[in-house]
Design a protein around this ligand. Structure first.
Ligand code: ATP
Ligand code: MG
Length: 183
């Protein structure tokens, strides 16, 4: 699968609808301090199913919703959508008949998040697994945030093994086994 668009609305500093088109090859985002570069990367992590408010640099998940500025009132809803091309048919079985996947996560203040894939309400778990199977996802090494390299160098062997498992593309399987054992 291939990312090709990210859309944000009411997410952190992106109060107005904003679309980021990701072309093939390398994309760079440049801008002055505080303009929202990290917020864009966090939007991508969030729509893939991030569950930790702390990793989103907030105290609670509602902190991703536009909090208002001197000139504009706060919003009550934030939405991030990611558009994926599945022409190579690498999406997990339940989504594999789709040519394109439009994955939307929406949060409403005090009501939590909902997910939709091509308009159909979907469990958070299924969205998280969809990305985990692609060796990407909210917690993956595909997104390297500040301080992460040092943390990997100093990690315990068991934590480092989970990085290797992710690189091998088997973290989705582990996660499903864990779920099955809990049942
Ligand atoms: P740097 O170059 O310093 O890393 P950056 O471009 O990565 O900067 P970000 O950290 O993405 O900048 O953006 C920070 C800005 O986003 C701050 O001005 C902060 O006030 C704003 N921001 C974060 N959360 C919200 C929110 N919920 N509502 C409104 N603005 C927010
Ligand atoms: Mg930054």
């Amino acid at each position: 699968m291939q990312f090709n668009r990210l859309r944000l609305k009411g997410f952190k500093s992106f109060v107005d609808p904003t679309e980021l088109v990701v072309e093939r090859g390398m994309t760079g985002i440049v801008g002055p301090n505080g303009c929202g570069k990290s917020n864009l990367v966090e939007a991508l992590r969030w729509v893939m199913g991030e569950t930790s408010a702390k990793r989103m640099r907030g105290g609670e998940m509602d902190d991703v919703i536009f909090a208002g500025s001197q000139r504009r009132p706060a919003h009550n809803i934030a939405e991030v959508a990611v558009h994926l091309d599945n022409a190579d048919r690498t999406a997990p079985a339940q989504f594999n008949d789709l040519d394109e996947l439009d994955i939307v996560r929406r949060i409403e203040r005090e009501k939590g998040s909902t997910y939709r894939v091509n308009g159909k309400e979907t469990r958070a778990r299924d969205v998280q697994l969809l990305f985990a199977d692609q060796a990407t996802g909210a917690g993956s090494t595909a997104l390297v945030s500040q301080g992460r390299i040092g943390a990997i160098i100093n990690a315990k062997p068991s934590d480092r093994r989970s990085l290797l498992e992710e690189a091998a593309g088997i973290s989705g399987l582990h996660s499903r086994r864990h779920e099955a054992e809990l049942r």
